[in-house]
Design a protein around this ligand. Structure first.
Ligand code: E4P
Length: 220
């Protein structure tokens, strides 16, 4: 399973990268705004900084909602680095843009996916990644995990190469559950990644090992 971090915060990205387990980064317009990055040049510079930190794919989302606008923005973003993945919403113009970029060999991430029909359209358009939003479905008492399992089955049925990028991950259990049903990638906050290491028996076991070692006269 690939681990992406879902943030535009450079410190969090650097912290996740330092663990040596990070495969990429996803951003969205809300995450960019949270870092107070405004203006095209600043946005481009910020993406370049992210690409310098992480050795992997970096999803950059287009703002335009029409095909021509998405192509213009996407081409400018793709020119920043081969690491850039063009992220577009799963609307008809987004599907057209996805097909356009896929045909040119530029990586794509079709986002805001809440149904298996949308995921099927993304795969047909040759998307590199499809992003079903797990927690946003759970938030409205729908079955986010069930959706990802359904997409997995559909993609397996036809051998689609589009990678399922489980998005809107908020907890370590989301990560585990997505891994169990075969998501190719998960994207979540730093806490969901680092949290996978937490276990009280590891903490107490380590304390005891160190305590016993320190009682021993033959120190390291
Ligand atoms: C997907 O790529 C989005 O950036 C993200 O995962 C949305 O997560 P949220 O529901 O926590 O905002």
């Amino acid at each position: 399973m690939k681990f992406f971090i879902d943030t535009a915060n450079l410190e969090d990205i650097a912290q996740a990268e330092s663990l040596g387990v990070l495969d990429g980064v996803t951003t969205n317009p809300s995450l960019m705004a949270k870092e107070e990055i405004r203006g095209q040049q600043n946005i481009f510079n910020h993406y370049k900084k992210i690409c310098d930190i992480v050795n992997g794919d970096v999803s950059a989302e287009v703002i335009a909602t029409d095909f021509e606008g998405m192509v213009k923005e996407g081409e400018a973003l793709a020119a920043l680095s081969p690491q850039i993945v063009i992220k577009m919403p799963v609307i008809s113009e987004g599907i057209k843009a996805c097909k356009y970029f896929s045909d040119k060999g530029i990586k794509t991430n079709v986002t805001l996916v809440f149904s298996s029909g949308q995921a099927l359209m993304a795969a047909k358009a040759g998307a590199t990644y499809v992003s079903p939003f797990l927690a946003r479905l759970d938030d409205i008492s729908a079955d986010g995990l069930g959706l990802i399992a359904e997409i997995r089955k559909i993609y397996n049925n036809y051998g689609y190469k589009t990678q399922i990028l489980a998005a809107s991950i908020r907890s370590t259990m989301h990560v585990i559950n997505c891994a169990k049903i075969g998501s190719d990638v998960m994207t979540g906050p730093l806490s969901a990644i680092e949290g996978l290491l937490n276990h009280p028996l590891t903490d107490s076991g380590l304390s005891k090992f160190l305590e016993d070692h320190n009682r021993n006269t033959s120190k390291f």
